[in-house]
Design a protein around this ligand. Structure first.
Ligand code: IMP
Length: 175
């Protein structure tokens, strides 16, 4: 086991089952529309790839990049756009797809930013929600799992760019 990688918090089977439920909810609540899923780079890429395959209606996909923790494990509180969407979202039914909501600063920034572009609707989806760490009140429409205050790795979650490819979600071993 690589150094720093602790026990499995959420297994690949649990992740797959829950994402199926989220995908069906997204489809149900966007009946008659083609939702545009906006994934937040880089962490949400793995989640996004699985999520779109559970949505039984046509969907469109785009990505945005925001600054993250760099090599550390705690948020700086300041969010910066590093890559923008490749299309207009005016009049579209948009769903922001985030890997995890921790302090809430990132999602709050993205929501405000996208609202200025006049989407028809704007919903938010996060695989994980670290409720206890919230500093900004952001509303979430679709949540995979609420988790306690552990730093997590795997399934898109990284520490210094590593571990994103692991199929399960692990906690960081405190040494
Ligand atoms: P927030 O702005 O504090 O809500 O943080 C959101 C971003 O911080 C996420 O998109 C992740 O990139 C990163 N992050 C927060 N918690 C973790 C974690 O436990 N593991 C890996 N990345 C995390």
């Amino acid at each position: 086991m690589p150094q720093g990688l602790g026990r499995v918090l959420i297994s690949r089977e649990e992740i797959a089952a829950r994402i199926g439920e989220l995908g069906r909810a997204v489809a149900r609540e966007h009946a008659g529309r083609v939702p545009l899923l906006v994934g937040v780079l880089k962490g949400a890429v793995v989640f996004m790839a699985d999520l779109i395959r559970t949505i039984p209606v046509p969907v469109a996909m785009d990505f945005m990049g925001v600054s993250s923790y760099g090599a550390g494990a705690r948020s700086s509180g300041s969010v910066r756009l590093t890559a923008d969407l490749s299309m207009s979202i005016e009049g579209r039914a948009v769903v922001i797809v985030e890997d995890i909501v921790d302090t809430g600063w990132t999602l709050d920034y993205l929501r405000r930013n996208l609202e200025t572009r006049h989407p028809r609707s704007l919903r938010t989806c996060a695989l994980l929600d670290k409720v206890e760490r919230r500093q900004v009140d952001v509303s979430l429409d679709y949540v995979g799992f609420a988790i306690p205050d552990h730093f997590v790795l795997g399934y898109g979650f990284d520490l210094g760019g590593l571990y994103r490819g692991l199929p399960d979600i692990h906690i960081l071993e405190e040494t």
